[in-house]
Each structure stands twice: as structure tokens, then as C-alpha cells.
Design a protein around this ligand. Structure first.
Ligand code: NAD
Length: 253
């Protein structure tokens, strides 16, 4: 953690997307001493391409799955390092990463900026490696989010599933679980249950179950500050770098 505090240098950030996450980042970042001279949302989006990012150290993008790829491209074209936490646009990620590298730009993407979730990712990978030797356990993922969330399953649940697919040869595919809770799961499948409830900030669990016992790893975000704190660290981290980065580059877990 010592290394993380090293990055607390005061910056001028642009916010692209001024919804729940954009506002949380502004409040926490202002307390930390950062400035947010540029705030872009749907109504003033044209400000982005008309010179609105002059003097900005990095842009912090939390918008929608449909608008994130375009916003990121614009920042790269303007030569401004961009961090995005928007989820639900996975199919465009390889193309945007290639665009960033071709233009010698700077991009930081994380499906989840909370330090705790990234610790969960490290534990999930280790457990998946171990469980590769124990096919009698069936694995499943459960995620719960607030009712306003646009994508399902969450980007974090997809990251957890892909980590398991990479390391556990018993599992070949993940899928979004249908409403029929009692449906028999085919062998080699990883069901993800996505529940939308109230104002839940984000809960994820990975569950292995045999006929004899079960093992569960879980994370519960109490406040959006958990994501905002990680996003501010990551945004500061990329201000003097070129390339494509993720939480592993920041936290080195
Ligand atoms: N990576 C993480 O750690 C993390 C954490 C929380 C949320 N998220 C994701 O971040 C995204 C935003 O979440 P939120 O809760 O703030 O959503 P939100 O709906 O509260 O805010 C999104 C904002 O984007 C704005 N917007 C729409 N089109 C735009 C455009 N073209 N340019 C700029 N802004 C535009 C909307 O008007 C809105 O204000 C979602 O995809 C969510 O899943 C990621």
C-alpha cells in the first residue's frame, strides 16, 4: 500500500459521464485536493472534441456501454490519457486497445476499480487453479447490483468467469443463468446469476459446491467510494505513461 500512496499527486482531471460514478469521483477527488475543471455529459458532449481537454492531465470516463468506445477514441485522438470504468462493451475492447497502441495513446480499463475486488480476483485465480484438480465441485457466480444498472452480468462477474475459464480445464463456457433456479446445469458450464435489487452498490461471490461441502469467496462494496478511490489512483498513475494498463499494473497483486 505504501506504493499506492506515492501516486497521490494533485491533478487536473476531466470527468466524462457525470452520473453516480462521475459525481462520487468528483466529491472524493476534491477532498484529496484534485481539480475537475472539465465535466462532460450527454448535453455538452461536443465540448470534448472542441478543445475542451486543454490542460487536462487525464480523463476519467464513466458513461454508458454505447458511448464509452467513442469517448475513449476521442481522448486518444486528443492525446489525453483516458481511464474508463464503463462496463458492458467487452466486444469492443480489443479494437479500442489496438487503436490506443497504434496512436501511441494511454488507456486504463478496469471492470472494477475497487482494491478489494482486485484482491478477490487474485484469490479467485488461485482457487480456480486448485479446483482444477477437483471436478466434483460445481462452480457458480452470483452478483447483485442496484436496479439502474444497464448491463448483466456485471463486467466484474465476467472478469471472474474469464479468470476461472483460463485456469480451470473443467469449465469451458460461462452463461447468464435463466430464471429457472432449478434447471440442471450442463457439465463444463459456469452459470452467472445476476440479481437487480434496490440500491446495492455491488456484491460478487464465487461458489464451489460438492455433495459434501461448499467453498465461497465473496466481496461486498459498501459505498461507491470503493470504486472512486481506485479510479483516482489509476488516473494519477497514467498521467505520465503511454500504453494500455489495468489494475494488475497498478496493484501488482
Ligand atoms: N469499473 C468500476 O469500478 C465501476 C464501478 C461502478 C460502475 N461502473 C460502470 O460505470 C458506468 C457508469 O455507471 P454510473 O452508475 O455512473 O451510471 P449513471 O447512469 O449514473 O451515469 C452515466 C452518465 O453518463 C452520461 N452519458 C450518456 N451519454 C454520454 C456521452 N455520450 N458522453 C458523456 N456522458 C454521457 C449519462 O447522462 C449519465 O450521467 C456503468 O457502465 C457502470 O456499470 C464501473
Amino acid at each position: 500500500m505504501e506504493q499506492l500512496f506515492f501516486y497521490l499527486v494533485l491533478m487536473n482531471f476531466a470527468l466524462i459521464g457525470y452520473g453516480r460514478m462521475g459525481r462520487t469521483i468528483e466529491v472524493l477527488g476534491t477532498k484529496q485536493g484534485h481539480s475537475f475543471p472539465v465535466i462532460i455529459d450527454i448535453h455538452n458532449h461536443e465540448q470534448l472534441s472542441s478543445g475542451g481537454l486543454k490542460g487536462i492531465d487525464a480523463a476519467i470516463e464513466f458513461s454508458t456501454p454505447a458511448t464509452a468506445p467513442g469517448n475513449i477514441r476521442e481522448c486518444i485522438d486528443l492525446g489525453v490519457p483516458v481511464l474508463t470504468g464503463t462496463t458492458g462493451w467487452n466486444e469492443n475492447i480489443p479494437e479500442i486497445e489496438a487503436y490506443c497502441k497504434a496512436k501511441d495513446g494511454t488507456l486504463f480499463y478496469a471492470s472494477n476499480f475497487s482494491v478489494g475486488v482486485n484482491i478477490l480476483f487474485a484469490l479467485n485465480r488461485r482457487l480456480a487453479e486448485i479446483m482444477d484438480q477437483f471436478p466434483e465441485y460445481k462452480v457458480s457466480i452470483n452478483e447483485v447490483h442496484h436496479v439502474h444498472k444497464k448491463d448483466a452480468p456485471s463486467g466484474t462477474a465476467i472478469s471472474l468467469a474469464e479468470q476461472i475459464l483460463e485456469l480451470n480445464r473443467q469449465i469451458s463456457k460461462w452463461h447468464l443463468k435463466k430464471n429457472d433456479a432449478y434447471a440442471e446445469e450442463a457439465t463444463g458450464q459456469l452459470p452467472i446469476e445476476a440479481i437487480r435489487k434496490g440500491e446495492v452498490k455491488g456484491q460478487h461471490s464465487i461458489h464451489y459446491e460438492s455433495e459434501l461441502d461448499s467453498i465461497t469467496l465473496s466481496h461486498d462494496a459498501y459505498t461507491r467510494d470503493a470504486f472512486a478511490a481506485g479510479a483516482l489512483l489509476a488516473a494519477t498513475f497514467i498521467t505520465n505513461k503511454k500504453g494500455v494498463f489495468g489494475m494488475q499494473d497498478l496493484l501488482k497483486l
